[in-house]
Write a protein that binds this ligand. Structure first.
Ligand SMILES: [Mg+2]
Length: 290
């Protein structure tokens, strides 16, 4: 097995170098990108399988804090996606990590559901009904005015107001919407005159945490999302490559309303199965202002 190091060594080196240069990873929004309602978007399962088979790192990002990563993973598996709990990054997890870093073993009064409460507990937080360090607002379908009043009083008495995200609304089945976390946060902000600090997309807190979870650099990170105000704004501000898919909330005819633009626009994630287009994205070098 003689090896001509003079030639082959050089070839191997060049190949390794090229592989290193092509190292990229994906942050992927879920609703409107990989599924819609209870149906996977055509091509999404194949795209995730492609990333896995090519060892390309990816992480699903969601601004919904109702469910834990485990619950979300279960849902995705039922839809046919080959994923693990570690592949899911919720704004509930981002919020819990952020608070645990800022004030370890603190206390929180939570308006939200199981996902958020579980993440806070797992990060050393106590959930309290009185005199908390933080009032944390997440998604919830069972929000009562009584708990909003409680939160208002706590914030007025010095508790810091944290939002898992500021989404004004969320699309639901049948082309309808429901009020989002931001709508409830706005109610408390208006009542108290204090501004919430938000951790979810487009906050750099969640975007940076997601990138670091995949151990990528800024120009190695690619975000695929369907919402200009969160996915594309958050990732674009961080300097990530941005891909807007038109399979969800964003409409092509409205893109001129924004002062910022995605790097790529696709009809759906299915377009990324085109090998030439995929290679173009993976080879892209972002020109960043130093
Ligand atoms: Mg979405």
């Amino acid at each position: 097995m003689g090896v001509n190091l003079g030639i082959h060594g050089g070839v191997v080196l060049t190949t390794c170098k090229r592989k290193l240069m092509k190292r990229k990873g994906f942050l992927i929004d879920m609703d409107g990108v990989i599924y819609k309602g209870k149906e996977p978007i055509p091509g999404a399962i194949q795209f995730i399988n492609k990333l896995k088979s090519e060892n390309i790192p990816f992480l699903f990002l969601t601004n919904n804090s109702q469910k834990t990563g485990r619950d979300v993973c279960y849902k995705l598996k039922r839809l046919g996606f080959d994923v693990e709990v570690k592949d899911i990054f919720t704004c509930g997890l981002a919020t819990a990590r952020y608070l645990a870093n800022t004030k370890p073993n603190g206390s929180a009064y939570v308006i939200g559901e199981g996902g958020l409460i579980t993440e806070l507990h797992q990060h050393g937080y106590s959930i309290v009904d009185d005199n908390p360090d933080y009032v944390v607002i997440g998604e919830g379908r069972t929000i009562m005015l009584e708990s909003v009043d409680k939160a208002v009083n706590m914030v007025m008495n010095g508790a810091k107001l944290i939002a898992t995200n500021l989404d004004p609304n969320c699309p639901v089945d049948g082309g309808k919407y429901r009020a989002g976390c931001g709508a409830f946060v706005a109610m408390i902000e208006f009542a108290t005159g204090k501004k919430a600090f938000s951790v979810g997309k487009p906050s750099p807190i969640m975007m940076r945490m997601a990138r670091k979870t995949l151990q990528l650099t800024t120009d190695e990170t690619i975000m695929i999302g369907d919402t200009m105000e969160t996915d594309i704004l958050g990732a674009g501000t961080m300097g990530f490559t941005t891909i807007l898919t038109l399979s969800g909330v964003a409409k092509k005819e409205n893109l001129n309303d924004y002062g910022y633009s995605p790097d790529y626009i696709i009809n759906s994630i299915n377009d990324l199965l085109n090998e030439d287009f995929f290679a173009q994205i993976m080879d892209r070098k972002k020109l960043l202002v130093a």
